[in-house]
Design a protein around this ligand. Sequence first.
Ligand SMILES: OC[C@H]1O[C@H](O[C@H]2O[C@H](CO)[C@@H](O)[C@H](O)[C@H]2O)[C@H](O)[C@@H](O)[C@@H]1O
Length: 361
Amino acid sequence: EIYCSGPILHHMQEAKLFKDDKHFVDMKLKSPPGEVLAAFQTLLNEWPNSSIPTEKLQEFLEANFDKPGTEFETWMPTDWQEKPRFLSGIADEKLRLWAEQIHGLWKSLGRKIQTSVKDHPELYSQIFTPHPVVVPGGRFRELYYWDSYWVINGLILSEMTETAYGMIQNFLFLVERYGFVPNGGRVYYERRSQPPFLPLMVESYYGATGNRQFLRAALPVLETEYRFWMQNRSVTVTVTGSEHVLNRFKVDADLPRPESYTDDLELAEGLSDEVRRRLFVDLKAGAESGWDFTSRWFINASGQNDGTLRDTRTSQILPADLNALLCRNERLLASFHRLLGEILTSDLHLAFSSQLLLHED
Ligand SMILES: OC[C@H]1O[C@H](O[C@H]2O[C@H](CO)[C@@H](O)[C@H](O)[C@H]2O)[C@H](O)[C@@H](O)[C@@H]1O
């Protein structure tokens, strides 16, 4: 009601109190949502017809919200060390210095979420995860799903397997809670995911450590996430008489993205209600793809892959990369089951993955 929809979100974002719409939805509530909503209702009664003056909104904001970022405690990765082995393998001095700088970033991008977020989730848009996270940085003050695949591989290269382990545990925790991994660690990302890289994260970690116990515990959770994609993000297509189940990005939420609220509203200006809602759905699907935004998702009125951002129709496309990723995931699940001696389940996954392939070339 506050971070994802409702009158407070609408009025605050429309007033453009901040340069970036993400700022408001990352702020912490000072008191319980019910109280803040009631206080805002008083303001709405006082100033009907959307006429609340900007300074009144500003006052309301100061009285009821803290600035973004207060939900973290200082944290330094305990497994960080000055000179991991990979650095000495880089002969070119300039490249080595560059790699050193990147390795140094782990110290500034690591975050630990305070337990107050766990105890009072209603006051935060940040989603609590039990282990520290590495964030992309800048305006992105929370974990992101597909970014973390490359982060985890970097951490492993930096010999920071403990931090990598914690990040994977966070994603497993999120799947247990939501049935899938949300786009990022904020409540306004709860209705959409990102390209499903969790099995590949597990593969990287298992490859670096050979920890079978970890694999055994992770596998049922990976199956849960796989089912989410097959049940909620798939369509059956018939090609020359045979049926194939293929995947797509699709989000059933027809409001503007809270973190890009005014951008989405402005983009949809002048469209009919139905087309506007459809555009919001497809913009969110575009965000789920991680490719936000690209002309790959444009389909114009004549059905051609051409047009502008207003022609975004992500959910109507079966992307080759997403399907390749799902196929890879099935093969990975098959190999994990085989490793753990579960041959029957392994064969089932292999059989399914071969149905995905329309053309071997
Ligand atoms: O690096 C984090 C992510 O950054 C971009 O997307 C994110 O920002 C969008 C606008 O604020 C938001 O709508 C989207 O859901 C977020 O994931 C980038 O496009 C992503 O690929 C990237 O993971």
